[in-house]
Ligand binder design. Sequence first.
Ligand code: SF4
Length: 84
Amino acid sequence: MERAACKGLTHLFFPTAAERPQARERREATARQVCASCSVRSTCREFARDQHEYGFWGGESEDERHAAGFRLIAPIGVRARSAG
Ligand code: SF4
């Protein structure tokens, strides 16, 4: 956590309540840029995949983790529509 490039930027990595799709795209695009410069990205991504985390971790959105086979425990929204 000490080496995390997202330190102090939590608002970019987790959605607000009732976040609109366009706002989510913009927020996640900015988060992705932060992750691209992070020295612990691989470790972060592995952790999020193993723990079935929500939010944006290791350069990956929860939708991308879900699509890669690391299923969310309780899929909602886009994940629920694509689950099956
Ligand atoms: S890779 Fe993980 S620790 Fe690094 S900026 Fe992204 S979310 Fe934060």
